[in-house]
Design a protein. Structure first.
Length: 112
Protein backbone atom coordinates (compact mmCIF):
# COMPACT_ATOMS: atom_id res chain seq x y z
CA UNK A 1 0.00 0.00 0.00
CA UNK A 2 1.43 3.39 -1.02
CA UNK A 3 1.31 6.27 1.40
CA UNK A 4 1.21 9.93 0.46
CA UNK A 5 3.95 12.23 1.66
CA UNK A 6 2.82 14.71 4.28
CA UNK A 7 4.47 18.09 4.68
CA UNK A 8 4.13 20.10 7.87
CA UNK A 9 4.57 23.86 8.08
CA UNK A 10 4.27 25.76 11.34
CA UNK A 11 2.95 29.25 10.59
CA UNK A 12 2.75 30.36 14.22
CA UNK A 13 2.90 28.92 17.71
CA UNK A 14 -0.83 29.49 18.27
CA UNK A 15 -3.54 30.04 15.63
CA UNK A 16 -6.94 30.87 17.15
CA UNK A 17 -8.73 31.03 13.78
CA UNK A 18 -8.17 30.40 10.09
CA UNK A 19 -9.96 30.14 6.75
CA UNK A 20 -9.05 28.63 3.38
CA UNK A 21 -9.52 30.45 0.08
CA UNK A 22 -12.31 29.02 -2.11
CA UNK A 23 -9.81 27.09 -4.27
CA UNK A 24 -7.77 26.11 -1.16
CA UNK A 25 -4.57 27.57 -2.61
CA UNK A 26 -4.30 30.17 0.18
CA UNK A 27 -4.88 30.29 3.91
CA UNK A 28 -5.75 33.28 6.09
CA UNK A 29 -5.04 32.95 9.81
CA UNK A 30 -4.48 34.95 12.96
CA UNK A 31 -1.09 34.33 14.61
CA UNK A 32 -2.61 35.03 18.04
CA UNK A 33 -2.54 38.81 17.72
CA UNK A 34 -4.47 41.60 15.98
CA UNK A 35 -3.33 40.62 12.46
CA UNK A 36 -4.46 38.25 9.74
CA UNK A 37 -1.71 36.70 7.62
CA UNK A 38 -2.43 35.35 4.15
CA UNK A 39 -0.13 32.66 2.76
CA UNK A 40 -0.09 30.88 -0.59
CA UNK A 41 1.53 27.55 -1.41
CA UNK A 42 4.01 27.72 -4.30
CA UNK A 43 5.30 24.36 -5.61
CA UNK A 44 7.14 23.33 -2.43
CA UNK A 45 6.78 26.13 0.12
CA UNK A 46 4.35 28.56 1.75
CA UNK A 47 4.90 32.26 1.08
CA UNK A 48 3.39 35.16 3.02
CA UNK A 49 1.50 37.44 0.62
CA UNK A 50 -0.40 39.86 2.85
CA UNK A 51 -0.87 41.04 6.42
CA UNK A 52 -4.28 42.54 7.27
CA UNK A 53 -3.98 44.78 10.30
CA UNK A 54 -6.95 46.95 11.23
CA UNK A 55 -8.05 45.29 14.48
CA UNK A 56 -6.90 46.61 17.86
CA UNK A 57 -7.14 43.27 19.70
CA UNK A 58 -6.81 39.57 18.90
CA UNK A 59 -8.68 38.38 15.81
CA UNK A 60 -11.11 35.67 16.89
CA UNK A 61 -12.90 34.77 13.66
CA UNK A 62 -12.16 34.65 9.93
CA UNK A 63 -14.16 33.41 6.97
CA UNK A 64 -13.40 33.53 3.24
CA UNK A 65 -16.45 33.93 1.01
CA UNK A 66 -16.94 31.13 -1.50
CA UNK A 67 -18.71 33.38 -3.99
CA UNK A 68 -17.10 36.83 -3.80
CA UNK A 69 -13.47 36.23 -2.73
CA UNK A 70 -13.92 38.53 0.27
CA UNK A 71 -12.66 37.90 3.78
CA UNK A 72 -14.59 38.82 6.92
CA UNK A 73 -12.82 39.17 10.26
CA UNK A 74 -14.04 39.75 13.82
CA UNK A 75 -12.07 40.54 16.93
CA UNK A 76 -12.13 40.97 20.68
CA UNK A 77 -12.08 44.72 19.91
CA UNK A 78 -15.79 44.31 18.97
CA UNK A 79 -15.23 45.34 15.35
CA UNK A 80 -15.85 43.48 12.12
CA UNK A 81 -14.13 44.13 8.79
CA UNK A 82 -14.95 42.87 5.31
CA UNK A 83 -11.80 42.79 3.17
CA UNK A 84 -11.86 42.98 -0.64
CA UNK A 85 -8.84 42.28 -2.79
CA UNK A 86 -8.15 45.25 -5.05
CA UNK A 87 -5.15 44.53 -7.24
CA UNK A 88 -2.41 43.36 -4.93
CA UNK A 89 -3.94 44.89 -1.78
CA UNK A 90 -6.69 43.81 0.61
CA UNK A 91 -8.87 46.81 1.49
CA UNK A 92 -11.40 46.94 4.35
CA UNK A 93 -14.71 47.82 2.69
CA UNK A 94 -17.18 47.59 5.57
CA UNK A 95 -16.70 48.18 9.26
CA UNK A 96 -19.20 47.41 12.00
CA UNK A 97 -18.02 49.44 14.96
CA UNK A 98 -18.39 48.42 18.55
CA UNK A 99 -20.58 45.37 18.74
CA UNK A 100 -22.13 44.84 22.19
CA UNK A 101 -19.59 42.11 23.01
CA UNK A 102 -16.47 40.61 21.53
CA UNK A 103 -17.28 38.48 18.50
CA UNK A 104 -15.82 34.98 18.75
CA UNK A 105 -16.67 33.62 15.31
CA UNK A 106 -18.02 34.71 11.95
CA UNK A 107 -19.31 32.92 8.85
CA UNK A 108 -20.53 33.96 5.41
CA UNK A 109 -23.94 32.80 4.30
CA UNK A 110 -23.62 29.67 2.12
CA UNK A 111 -25.47 31.62 -0.59
CA UNK A 112 -22.92 34.45 -0.47
Amino acid sequence: MATAAVAIHQFAECIPCHAWSPDQSMIAFCPNNNEVHIYKFFTDKWEKLHVLSKHDQIVSGIDWSRSSNKIVTVSHDRNSYVWTQEGSDWVPTLVILKLNRAALCVQWSPKG
